[in-house]
Write a new protein. Structure first.
Length: 349
């Protein structure tokens, strides 16, 4: 059996170049495996090896997507690998989008892709048709499980010469790709069996799962903004200096409520960001960039808005689960309604 030739895509952190301060580095190619690629190589043994590693900063990829994809396509065309490994990205949003973007390019060249991702990562939903995504935990702490799961899938792919079975059989997330299959029971019989199981409260599995869209009906516009009480809410992690509530830099388990009374603007002496998913330098130098207290105070003085609410709410969106984010929103919204707030400005990063 010939040895599979693999290219590995990594971000700046796993590529051992640096953290958020290196998120703007352009793509570069290194010989052989880097970082977690060494563990992949060891686990793959004689069946495959990583011959090149492509490293790119998360911010750079997402801000220069077409340019980076063109470079990756050129590199892959030159190397002509048998497979691309991307990540794993866990629940890092920009990294997930970059892994998916790399997979999209590989797909154009008919190069199969194996990646690892947390199901709530936006990169999965957007790019799931381009890669075999193994489900991971929401943080890099799950690397010890993600890596062997990805390796097992790669070995299965090699063994079956690319003819993988269904997601639940092979251990990858659904790709949204439908195939015609021949089965023993007619569709009408299977449908009746599912209906009977449902009526009896028994477990059953649909053959055509429908997407679950979270639809929110928009409220009526504010009739008179010049007399409205406006509140600030952010997932950009702006907190009082010292982060008194110890809001986590990723996968936040809480949010904070902080006073704006007698505060005309924020400064690096009074506030900072707790967020670990973007370069904090500018946000720390001028927190108003993320939470525009200064502009809203000016609008308040000029009579353009009625009043800036005396409290703002802050958490970190980086890696935070949808369930937690939804719960925070419900609690915050209830408080704002009780306080007579007519409109909210929601800022991110």
């Amino acid at each position: 059996m010939r040895k599979y030739k693999i290219v590995h895509y990594l971000n700046q952190f796993f590529g051992q170049i640096g953290g958020e301060e290196k998120a703007n580095i352009p793509p570069e190619v290194k010989e052989g495996p880097v970082g977690p690629g060494n563990a992949f190589n060891n686990a793959l043994g004689e069946e495959a090896e990583i011959v090149k590693t492509i490293i790119c900063g998360d911010s750079y990829f997402n801000e220069h997507k077409e340019e980076v994809q063109a470079e990756i396509k050129s590199t892959l065309s030159e190397i002509n690998p048998d497979l691309l490994i991307a990540g794993p990205a866990f629940n890092a949003g920009r990294y997930g989008m970059a892994c998916g973007g790399a997979a999209e390019v590989a797909n154009e060249l008919d190069i199969p892709v194996v990646s690892g991702i947390y199901p709530e990562n936006p990169g999965y939903d957007m790019y799931k048709q381009f890669a075999y995504f193994v489900e991971t935990s929401d943080s890099a702490a799950g690397m010890r499980n993600a890596l062997p799961d990805m390796v097992n899938l790669i070995k299965t792919y090699i063994k079956k010469d690319g003819d993988l079975g269904l997601p639940e059989e092979e251990g990858y997330l659904p790709r949204g790709i439908r195939k015609n299959l021949f089965v023993d029971k007619q569709g009408s019989k299977r449908a009746v069996e599912m209906l009977v199981a449902k009526l009896n409260g028994e477990d059953f599995k649909t053959e055509y799962p429908m997407p679950n869209f979270d639809r929110v009906d928009p409220v009526d516009p504010v009739k008179d903004i010049s007399n409205a009480r406006i509140a600030l809410v952010t997932s950009g992690g702006i907190v009082p200096k010292g982060n008194p509530d110890h809001i986590e830099s990723s996968s936040a388990s809480k949010y904070g409520k902080y006073s704006l009374e007698e505060l005309y603007e924020m400064s690096e002496e009074t506030h900072e960001t707790a967020h670990g998913g973007y370069d904090p330098v500018y946000a720390n130098e001028d927190p108003n960039c993320v939470l525009p207290v200064d502009v809203l105070r000016d609008m308040e003085d000029e009579g353009k808005i009625g009043k800036l609410h005396e409290y703002y709410y802050s958490t970190v969106g980086n890696g935070t689960s949808v369930a937690n984010a939804k719960a925070y929103a419900q609690e915050i919204a209830q408080e704002l309604l009780e306080d007579g707030v007519q409109a909210v400005i929601l800022t991110s990063t």
